[in-house]
Design a protein around this ligand. Structure first.
Ligand code: HEC
Ligand SMILES: [Cu+2]
Length: 384
């Protein structure tokens, strides 16, 4: 280390600039002249400062607005991850400031001056004390970070499941999310509804996760860290937001062409609102459309098409599992995993040509004629 240090020293300030680097640098100095170089360096430094300032500004603005802000935790797992990352950031920032400060100090304090003699400066080789300190201190820091990280992992992944939980089975599909509530008998897609968890009588939501095809990853930054959904494997995670609200996220593992439009929406609801949602979702789909002939016709068209092989509508012959459950489609805010708002116009567009919204989506265009398309749209728009 001592030898490496003296080489660096020579390269920076010593006059003994041998080797190719030294020769190039010397001829560069000779050609350009010192003042020119100084002003060039100054310009580069100004540019870097400006760019850093701009990105800080943009980051700040994004920070304040983003609904997926990692620095705005809203559930216990996200809080403990946030606290840990602040600790790591604090330690690394302190190291950066100390090392950077010492470097800056050395560069300025010991810079070459005109009155300096051209004699080679004193060469210092090795120092057991310094070398011991820069080995032992980092090892202690790493051990400390290891222990605090372990504590966070034990506190989120390692604790055993409490008695009262809201259980949801999450199945990842290309490119949508299937949610099943085994205790409640509810099946839905893309929009996860959960009760808020009051810290006085906690009711965390336990997610049991797997995948029907490729790897996906469930990441709602304000609620918890990422958990992968892997075929033939079951992973679990839990979330417990105390405040009602809509928490957004995104599939965080590249899973195919429409990975970017595999969005996550978690609706945390007050106990009363959640109970209303549950009772509505438990009902079988509406099948009696005597007051709405278009929807009635749409139902017939749907039941006579391949739609039934891929979609389930409870209480009908339609029981496919390849695509999202449509039993209460109209109760959702969005279509196709958060890709577009759920309204009649978008629904029609989706059924007619899914690729116009999600190119490469696994729902084929069904080539219905205009009349049937309108009827099916009218039917699905009634499924509240
Ligand atoms: C080959 C299987 C398949 C067939 C046949 C099929 N779909 Fe789909 N459907 C899917 C898949 C897969 C998705 C999810 C696409 C995505 O979000 O990436 C989907 C999504 C949908 C959605 C959006 C659901 C949601 O929760 O956002 C609607 C509505 C829909 N299909 C209606 C229909 C209708 C109507 C028919 C018949 C005319 C039909 N589908 C035929 C596979 C199919
Ligand atoms: Cu995915």
């Amino acid at each position: 280390m001592g030898i490496a240090w003296s080489h660096t020293y020579a390269a920076f300030g010593g006059r003994d600039l041998t080797g190719r680097w030294g020769v190039t640098a010397l001829s560069f100095f000779a050609r350009e002249g010192k003042s020119k170089i100084r002003s060039r360096c100054l310009r580069v430094a100004q540019g870097v400062t400006f760019a850093a300032g701009c990105s800080l500004l943009f980051a700040g603005a994004a920070y304040a607005q983003s609904p997926t802000n990692m620095f705005d935790p809203a559930a216990t797992p996200a809080h403990s991850i946030f606290d840990l990352s602040m600790l790591v950031l604090g330690i690394t920032l302190a190291i950066f400031l100390i090392v950077g400060g010492m470097l800056l100090y050395a560069l300025i304090r010991f810079r070459q001056r005109p009155e300096d003699s051209s004699r080679e400066p004193a060469q210092i080789y090795g120092s057991t004390q310094i070398e011991l300190s820069w080995t032992v201190i980092p090892v202690l820091i790493v051990v400390m970070l290891f222990l605090t990280t372990t504590r966070v992992i034990m506190g989120t992944q390692g604790i055993s499941k409490p008695d009262s939980t809201m259980d949801v089975t999450v199945i990842g599909h290309q490119f949508w999310w299937e949610y099943r509530y085994p205790k409640l008998g509810i099946v839905t897609a893309n929009e996860l509804h959960i009760p808020v968890s009051n810290p006085k009588s906690p009711l965390p939501t336990y997610l049991t996760m797997s995948s029907a095809d490729v790897d996906h990853s469930f990441w709602v930054p304000r609620l918890a860290g990422k958990t992968d959904l892997i075929p033939n494997r079951v992973n679990t995670m839990w979330i417990d937001p105390p405040d009602a609200g809509l928490y957004l996220g995104q599939c965080a593992q590249y899973c195919g062409t429409q990975h970017a439009k595999m969005l996550l929406r978690v609706y945390a609801q007050s106990p009363a609102d959640f109970a209303v949602w549950v009772s509505q979702q438990k009902k079988p789909a509406q099948t009696d459309f005597s007051g709405n002939p278009t929807a009635a016709e749409g139902q017939t068209v749907f039941m006579h098409n391949a739609c039934i092989n891929c979609h389930t509508i409870s209480g009908t012959i339609s029981n496919g599992r390849f695509g999202p459950d449509l039993t209460h489609l109209a109760s959702r805010d969005t279509l196709a995993s958060g890709a577009i708002p759920n309204n009649v116009e978008n629904l029609r567009k989706w059924i007619n040509e899914p690729d116009s919204i999600k190119p490469g989506s696994l729902m084929p265009p069904m080539h219905l004629n205009d009349h049937d398309l309108n009827a099916v749209t009218a039917y699905l728009a009634q499924l509240r």
